[in-house]
Write a protein that binds this ligand. Structure first.
Ligand code: PMV
Length: 312
């Protein structure tokens, strides 16, 4: 029986979320929570299975429209009928927490379908097919998620421009804590737009500051200055508060991380729920920060070292 597998992983935005929608630069990196899609032959309408939904693709709930469209677009592109397949998603990425689960799932679907039909997949085609799904999920996606979820290295990203990988000089350790509350990227992006229309000069100032923060963060990474990177993450958080995408619970957890000695901390992704990230001083200290966050009630925390690419 014919079978094919496609894989991908989650991502973290280090700095620059939201401003990236307005053409400013952002820095994101792969985060090794994995997702896998398996495609098998099966007679009849396409069956789909994941922890969120099990059934036929034409009956998917509204919030999964992006995935349905991604499957259809990919099969149209491959000139294959939209039937006779069984697609299974196994994902360790929590949904709606700013870790890029929607982009990662779409990437695995496109990869697995191309592999099933033994077709070569270029980055450009992958991105154009995933954009279909991301547009349903986000409304006006910058494309940052899908690029970071398909990259093996930290990337420097500007909407509509070629992204660049960043060569980091010194390893760093990043703590991720999941509030357990689903963020709402679409709502957060809409809120920023409303604020932009109402208080243009205030929001433009924030966007310009975030642009400088992203530039300096790239400098910090390339020069191995983790203290500077931490400071810049803190400054970025202040601007995210001004954009209206943080909330009391995120701010509280960020303070917990800072009080535990983190070099910097901020929300990551769309905000209004989801995850925070904090920069640990070293591996041992990252564990301390991660444990403190759990004591403060986060649903889950991880820490990740770029030194050995391991997730703890
Ligand atoms: O919440 P996430 O992981 O989908 O991140 C969204 C990042 C934003 O900058 C807020 C939106 C975008 O399209 O880039």
């Amino acid at each position: 029986n014919k079978k094919a597998i496609g894989e991908s992983h989650s991502k973290l935005i280090l700095v620059g979320e939201h401003a990236v929608v307005y053409g400013k630069p952002a820095i994101a990196m792969p985060f090794p929570l994995k997702v896998r899609a398996t495609v098998k032959e099966s007679k009849g309408p396409i069956k789909f299975k994941s922890s969120l939904y099990r059934g036929y693709i034409y009956e998917m709930p509204n919030e999964m429209r992006g995935i349905e469209e991604c499957i259809k677009e990919t099969l149209n592109y491959l000139n294959k009928p939209i039937r006779d397949l069984h697609i299974t998603i196994d994902s360790l990425i929590p949904i709606g927490r700013g870790l890029g689960s929607s982009a990662a799932i779409s990437i695995t679907i496109v990869r697995s379908l191309f592999s099933f039909y033994r077709q070569k997949l270029s980055k450009d085609i992958l991105f154009s097919l995933v954009t279909v799904a991301e547009t349903y999920a986000h409304g006006n996606p910058s494309g940052l998620d899908m690029i970071a979820s398909s990259s093996e290295y930290p990337i420097w990203f500007k909407k509509g421009k070629e992204s660049m990988t960043i060569k980091i000089r010194e390893p760093f350790h990043i703590v991720v804590a999941d509030t357990g509350r689903t963020g709402n990227t679409r709502r957060a992006v809409t809120n920023v737009k409303k604020r932009y229309d109402l208080e243009k000069s205030n929001i433009q100032k924030s966007l310009a500051k975030i642009e400088r923060i992203a530039d300096e963060s790239k400098y910090a990474l390339v020069n191995g200055d983790n203290n500077l990177l931490g400071k810049l993450m803190n400054l970025n958080q202040q601007e995210l508060i001004n954009l209206g995408v943080s909330d009391d619970n995120l701010n509280k957890l960020i303070n917990v991380a800072i009080n535990a000695g983190a070099l910097g901390a901020k929300l990551t992704g769309g905000g209004l729920g989801g995850c925070i990230i904090a920069l640990g001083r070293d591996l041992e200290h990252s564990k301390v920060v991660a444990d403190e966050l759990v004591k403060s009630g986060v649903e889950k925390s991880w820490y990740f070292s770029t030194e050995n690419e391991r997730l703890y």
